[in-house]
Design a protein around this ligand. Structure first.
Ligand SMILES: NC(=O)c1ccc[n+]([C@@H]2O[C@H](COP(=O)([O-])OP(=O)(O)OC[C@H]3O[C@@H](n4cnc5c(N)ncnc54)[C@H](OP(=O)(O)O)[C@@H]3O)[C@@H](O)[C@H]2O)c1
Length: 324
């Protein structure tokens, strides 16, 4: 089958090669001996794949390997007792191997697609499950609270805005450009502030926020803490800005606020029942019209390097997908 491999660790321009590789067996590393085979129609591209082309992500398979954490496609075969069967349109989280004509995913991370298209399916699991996990399970979001989202026009950002609105929260988006402001509003931002402007003062004037979801990190972190209302929570999701912030913990004491970590993969992989609960919650939000993944760019499989450059150069909005 056709697949994109990472063959060395020199970055997207030179590390990716189109190759002819054997199809995967119906066995996934998380469920050895069992797995759902999916004929891939669309594969999601995210920050971790960009990092993998440089060997900078925590998952470091031996070279060469096929990257690609999630796909939208059609089930070719599924183990007995699985919630999906051959012929079903699904969203599947395969962790690796998604940039290929066929991928294999664990049964507990493969979900029916409903009326979403394949590209939206490839945009669903990583970002929306992370959004729900961050807001609800880690951030303890309650209806009527207000959420601030950094990197709000990105994949995690747009998902977090939609999920927060769907859970009955008010939303404030932080973005870096006019185009990204438009995307954040489309994703459901009630208010939008610019990261290059006096956003902290603007958020404080709005009355502060109860939860901050931060996939960006860097030096905006202290200002995020300053925006929190009493008993507010900053949820740490990622570090696209490049540096890992440090907290002077006296701020937490003085303001009665929390900093909470949210590592979706590490938390849910050993707990299949949690992925199913989160998927049910996301399905409800889809049915209610709150969740509708925004696909910002589509590339053919062969142009995976261009897709990664878009992300790396901070030009991506919503989800970037490869189509087969
Ligand atoms: N914790 C978890 O379980 C989990 C799960 C999924 C993803 N993540 C992480 O979440 C982060 C965001 O992922 P994503 O898919 O949403 O990425 P994305 O679509 O590329 O969005 C990231 C946003 O970060 C902002 N940003 C600020 N400085 C940047 C820089 N120097 N380079 C690039 N972007 C910069 C950009 O917004 P502005 O231009 O508006 O500032 C951009 O839209 C990644 O680090 C990813 O690994 C974590």
């Amino acid at each position: 089958m056709k697949a994109i491999q990472i063959v060395d660790l020199t970055g997207p321009d030179s590390a990716l090669k189109l190759a002819d590789v054997p199809e995967p067996e119906p066995s996934h590393m998380l469920t050895p001996g069992a797995g759902v085979l999916v004929d891939v129609h669309a594969a999601g591209v995210s920050f971790p794949e960009v990092l993998q082309t440089r060997g900078e992500y925590q998952v470091k398979p031996p070279l060469p390997f096929v990257p690609g954490a999630e796909v939208g496609g059609v089930v070719r075969s599924a183990p007995e007792g699985a919630g999906v069967k051959a012929g079903d349109r699904v969203a599947a989280f395969c962790m690796l191997g998604g940039f290929a004509e066929t991928a294999v995913a664990p049964e507990f991370l493969t979900f029916p697609l409903g009326d979403l298209d394949f590209a939206q399916g490839a945009a669903l699991i990583l970002n929306y499950h992370t959004a729900y996990f961050s807001l609800k399970l880690r951030g303890r979001l309650a209806e009527g609270e207000r959420v601030l989202v950094h990197g709000a026009a990105g994949g995690v950002g747009t998902a977090t805005l939609q999920v927060a609105k769907g859970l009955g929260a008010g939303t404030v988006a932080v973005v870096s450009s006019e185009e990204k402001e438009r995307v954040a509003r489309e994703a459901g931002a009630d208010e939008v502030v610019r990261s290059d402007g006096p956003w902290r003062e603007q958020v404080q004037e709005l009355g502060g926020v109860d939860v901050v979801v931060d996939p960006v990190g860097g030096d905006r972190f202290t200002d995020s803490l300053r925006c929190l209302n009493e008993e507010g929570r900053v949820v740490v999701v990622g570090f696209t800005e490049g540096s890992i912030p440090e907290v002077r913990v006296n701020r937490l004491l003085l303001r009665n606020v929390d900093v909470v970590g949210a590592g979706w993969g590490a938390y849910v992989m050993p707990k299949p029942h949690v992925t199913r609960e989160v998927a049910e919650a996301i399905d409800r939000l889809i049915d209610e019209g709150a969740v509708r993944p925004l696909v910002g760019a589509r590339f053919p499989l062969e142009e995976a390097a261009d897709a990664m450059r878009l992300i790396e150069e901070r030009r991506a909005t919503g989800k970037v997908v490869l189509e087969l």
